[in-house]
Design a protein around this ligand. Structure first.
Ligand code: HEM
Length: 441
């Protein structure tokens, strides 16, 4: 019986040694998957609350934050915690504080949504807990990046995106406090526009963009020399976002078409960079790459809606805003996240259980791809893709029927995603590996 080392994982030995304990990223991915499913189920059960006289602002606000904080931000936190070891060979700082922040964030979000959905007005109290949790996360990330020997291109995007997150939660907390008082913000719509764009462009999009350059190149086996379009995209995005947020907060929203034009230019430059990455790939299109392509389509849809709104070519009505936010959250951020997580979670579980375990030629460990079902991932993809188009169309046309169809597709996609993630995690449970420090120890 020959004893030999496991195949080399796609991470350097130094990075491997600095990976966090598995519970740290995984608790974020698991709670995020639960939030995604709750969002999809609540949307499917409550489409009527978006339109006409039925419109329930607090219910929509709660639902939006299950998606943005529970699903998107939670997944991004988990990914940054894991990626710090891979990208910068630096362990995440203060893991105990991260665990505490995860609890505070989860409880703060539950309290925030519960207060909104029960019609309460003191939702600024759980919002303060959320704010505190994010401050701890940000402190850990800044400390981690400060300790890294060398920061790469992705880190430069993350430095901007976490700064935007600091502004988003500060503004969010102040808006929650001020909603029934009306003393802080004279132009509440301008403040909302600043909060939404610092969140969706500054935090979500810049994180997605920065991470996509590294992860998509890695998963597609693609090497590119020129980063010029990407650099241009970052510069245009910072200019457009900075102008839009300041104009919204302090100057009466006078130059919205200009900021929208700069942001659209940023998106085109990013798409150009991604085209180069896809053209140089050496891998077939698998579900992860298909999701990335879907995200690029959703991002284009979001950009077009933004430009039309800023130029006054679409009416400033709640159903159009809903289409715009839906295109970003479900069309752009969600497919991108789903694609990357389909690679990251099986990889982490495989590494944790089999990474350093000696194995025999007669009884080799399973392949990384055996830890998730590709057929399930394709089924999920074909449920999420129509959900993007039907959701945007349903909101734009104010058609409850079309929105309902889109939300049912989304619920099917979320259910398949949760099942596939549970299947991968079942390997951890079977091997008793959830709480152990991993096969590395
Ligand atoms: C501590 C964290 C946060 C708090 C307390 C908070 C609070 C709020 C409040 C009070 C509003 C409504 C403002 C108004 O209508 O006047 C709002 C809207 C919104 N927020 Fe946040 N927010 C937080 C984080 C985030 C994050 C991280 C994102 C995105 C990643 C986000 C995305 C949005 C969106 C899209 C809206 C518009 C929703 C709608 O019009 O119904 N928020 N937020």
């Amino acid at each position: 019986m020959s004893m030999t080392a496991a195949p080399a994982p796609p991470i350097s030995a130094a990075g491997l040694a600095k990976s966090p304990p598995i519970d740290l990223p995984m608790r974020h991915f698991v709670s995020a998957a639960v939030a995604f499913w709750i969002f999809a189920a609540a949307l499917a059960g409550g489409t009527g609350r978006f339109f006409g006289f039925d419109f329930q602002a607090k219910w929509v606000l709660g639902l939006v934050h299950i998606m943005t904080l529970g699903w998107i931000t939670m997944t991004m936190f988990g990914a940054i915690i894991q990626l710090s070891a891979v990208l910068w060979e630096t362990p995440v700082a203060w893991p105990g504080a991260v665990r505490g922040a995860w609890w505070a964030f989860t409880l703060g979000l539950i309290g925030f949504v519960a207060e909104l959905w029960s019609g309460g007005s003191r939702y600024w109290i759980p919002a303060a807990l959320l704010f505190g949790a994010v401050v701890v996360y940000l402190a850990c990330f800044v400390r981690t990046m400060a300790a890294a020997p060398r920061l790469d291109w992705t880190a430069r995007h993350l430095a901007v995106s976490v700064s935007c997150l600091a502004a988003v939660v500060t503004l969010g907390f102040l808006m929650a406090w001020d909603r029934d008082r009306g003393v802080l913000f004279r132009d509440t719509t301008g403040a909302l526009i600043a909060h939404v764009h610092l969140a969706l462009v500054g935090w979500v999009t810049l994180t997605v963009v920065g991470v996509s350059y590294r992860l998509v190149s890695m998963f597609a086996l693609s090497h590119i020399e020129s980063k010029t379009p990407g650099r241009l995209a970052l510069a245009l995005a910072c200019a457009g976002l900075g102008g839009l947020a300041l104009d919204g907060l302090f100057f009466g929203r006078r130059l919205m078409p200009l900021w929208a034009g700069l942001l659209a230019g940023a998106y085109l430059s990013y798409a150009w960079q991604m085209r180069a990455i896809f053209s140089a790939r050496h891998r077939r299109i698998d579900p992860a790459l298909a999701y990335t392509l879907l995200a690029l389509v959703g991002g284009a849809l979001w950009t077009v809606l933004g430009v039309l709104l800023a130029c006054g070519m679409l009416p400033e009505e709640s159903h159009v805003f809903a289409a715009y936010i839906y295109a970003c959250l479900i069309g752009w951020a969600t497919p991108f996240i789903l694609g990357q997580i389909h690679k990251i979670v099986p990889f982490l579980v495989w590494l944790h259980i089999f990474g350093r375990r000696p194995w025999s030629a007669e009884k080799p460990p399973p392949k990384m791809t055996d830890l998730a079902s590709e057929r399930l991932a394709w089924a999920e993809f074909f449920a999420v893709a129509p959900a993007v188009l039907l959701g945007v169309a349903g909101f734009l046309a104010e058609s409850r029927l079309v929105l309902e169809a889109g939300s049912l597709f989304l619920l099917a996609g979320a259910t398949l995603y949760v099942s596939n993630t549970a299947f991968t995690l079942s390997f951890l449970v079977r091997e008793g590996g959830w709480t152990g420090t991993s096969s590395r120890s």
